[in-house]
Write a protein that binds this ligand. Structure first.
Ligand code: HEC
Length: 275
């Protein structure tokens, strides 16, 4: 059997994964090399593009060209990529964005790793309306989800749609950083998962997370009062016109957004700050 492309990463000791060490990750193969590895041509996939679809306006569909993510992950990470409990797939982007997506999500929903639009001449870019950014390049790879088949995904916005993906690796979930001694997963597990899903792609908790805006939320949350915190999470543009901090997706019900903001604040205030 073929040696998994990223087999070294699977052997990464938990401690190293916790520190966010990524030096071992290798760049992804080109689309042509990927086609050769998968022995199948790319396919077109139509989705509702969350970065272009604004609450209250008609949703925007787009057709991309790429490969089923589960096939790519199996090819690159090895046949056991989704077997270990609490596995997460880390997608590291050129712009410092890091999405960590639980492996089981790929069994529940269909994702595709795309490298272009199905329409041949169209530029592989998008306007990121939630972040006020125009013509953002999506390559080398973009992770999209079949939300036409699973409309419940629409409420999440683009948080699990990393673009400019250059590296993929297999990681263990990081309870030691997100749930340190004294913070049980019964009490804080849901909050930690919310922080992972909506915040840690750009920010950090005690050194764990993304590099897009590497602010330690465990520190910052303690400095901001309830009201300021809510404004930053729910309507950041009210603080700073043109900020690229995205609001919690406004496709969620208002009461749910409020509840998530409050849960995150309580959790981050309770988290100890580590040097
Ligand atoms: C796509 C990247 C991204 C995501 C995701 C994101 N942020 Fe931000 N955030 C930013 C950027 C960029 C800034 C700086 C904004 C500025 O100054 O214009 C920022 C600023 C902030 C600030 C204000 C910091 C200050 O100056 O006091 C807070 C608080 C904050 N983010 C919390 C969060 C929380 C909590 C989440 C998750 C619900 C989150 N952010 C998700 C990019 C992001």
């Amino acid at each position: 059997m073929r040696t998994p492309y990223f087999s070294r990463l699977q052997a990464l000791p938990l401690g190293m994964a916790l520190c966010g060490v990524s030096a071992l990750a290798e760049p992804l193969p080109t689309p042509a090399a990927l086609q050769e590895l998968l022995k199948a041509p790319p396919q077109a996939v139509k989705v509702i593009e969350p970065h272009l679809s604004i609450q209250g306006e008609p949703s925007v569909q787009r057709a991309y060209l790429g490969y089923p993510a589960a096939q790519v992950l199996r090819q690159l990470l090895g046949v056991d990529w989704n077997k270990a409990p609490a596995s997460e797939i880390e997608f590291r982007a050129l712009d410092g964005f890091v999405a960590r997506i639980p492996a089981e999500r790929f069994a529940k929903y269909h994702a595709y790793l795309v490298f272009g639009l199905a329409e041949p001449q169209a530029p592989f870019s998008v306007d990121n309306k939630a972040q006020g950014e125009k013509d953002v390049p999506l390559g080398p790879y973009y992770l999209v989800w079949d939300n036409l088949a699973a409309p419940e995904l629409l409420a999440e916005g683009g948080a699990q749609w990393p673009y400019q993906v250059a590296q993929i690796s297999l990681r263990q979930a990081s309870p030691a950083v997100l749930l340190p001694a004294g913070m049980s997963s019964e009490q804080w597990g849901e909050q930690a998962a919310l922080a992972q899903k909506f915040c840690l792609s750009c920010h950090q908790i005690n050194g764990f997370g993304g590099d897009k805006m590497p602010l330690n939320l465990a520190v910052r949350a303690k400095l901001l009062d309830e009201r300021t915190w809510r404004v930053w999470l729910l309507t950041p543009l009210a603080f700073k016109p043109r900020t690229s901090m995205p609001a919690l997706p406004d496709s969620m019900a208002p009461a749910e957004r409020e509840a998530i903001a409050a849960k995150l604040h309580a959790y981050l205030k309770a988290l100890p700050v580590l040097p």
